[in-house]
Design a protein. Structure first.
Length: 256
């Protein structure tokens, strides 16, 4: 069985913006899921939700995007109705519970990172990706399986940075994982990069989970005082059973 890790990024890797509270943290959330499960369960059920609530059509599919959905912006204007919102939320939460996937989230405090490494700074994105990839390899080891990685496109230079970082990890390994072990489990040295506009179910799933997961990590580590919003708190409760575990121990959340 082949698995894919779908990655969603929240924040940016620019160290220059780390003093701004709104840009202090960068997080990467990966959703590890069997491609067969995406094909037979997640994608068709996600499309059914879109048709039922928003009239999505195969020729012009609606793409789930958390920010627009939270604010009931087009094409999600139907969510402005409280009854429709409640029904949709219940269906979405049931799906997030039912679907089979493992979550790996890594968050970095860029301000602390910059202050700790005043003369040498490990690129924040590369650092997060390395930790994320390590845990995905451990996940594949436990499954005795292989997989690949697909990230959301950010455009030209950003995509090139993502791909270069990934290939560097594939070729050289990490401080805790040698290259041979990575290459044994990954089917490609290249990071796949696509936009949500391609209607990638795994990327849309990652988008739904990334912000609640980040909010949980920041709140747990007392990096923010504000508790997660009510719907995010319900997603977080579901994630308790979805974070990657090994030997019964949780390894799916990491604050750097």
């Amino acid at each position: 069985m082949k698995y894919r890790l779908y990655i969603d990024e929240v924040g940016n890797a620019d160290l220059g913006s780390s003093d701004d509270p709104n840009h202090r943290f960068l997080s990467l959330t990966g959703i590890a899921v069997a491609l067969d499960h995406v094909d037979k369960v997640i994608h068709p059920e996600l499309e059914a939700l879109k048709r039922a609530f928003f009239g999505s059509h195969p020729d012009d599919p609606i793409i789930f995007h958390r920010k627009e959905m939270v604010n009931a912006l087009p094409p999600f204007a139907a969510l402005a109705d409280a009854a429709t919102r409640a029904l949709f939320d219940a269906e979405m939460l049931a799906s997030l519970t039912r679907w089979e996937y493992a979550v790996i989230s890594v968050c970095i405090d860029k301000k602390r990172h910059r202050e700790t490494y005043s003369t040498w700074r490990y690129d924040p994105y590369h650092y997060c990706l390395a930790v994320l990839l390590e845990r995905f390899i451990f996940f594949l080891d436990n499954k005795n399986a292989q997989g690949d990685v697909l990230a959301e496109s950010r455009g030209g230079k950003e995509d090139r940075r993502l791909k270069d970082s990934f290939e560097n990890l594939w070729a050289k390994g990490t401080p805790y994982l040698d290259a041979g072990r990575i290459q044994k489990r990954l089917t490609s040295r290249q990071l796949k990069v696509k936009t949500k506009a391609n209607n990638i179910a795994g990327l849309q799933l990652a988008d739904m989970i990334a912000h609640p997961s980040r909010a949980e990590i920041l709140h747990e580590n007392r990096m923010v005082d504000k508790a997660p919003a009510p719907f995010a708190a319900k997603v977080i409760a579901i994630l308790a059973g979805k974070y990657y575990k090994s030997g019964g121990k949780p390894h799916g959340k990491k604050m750097l």
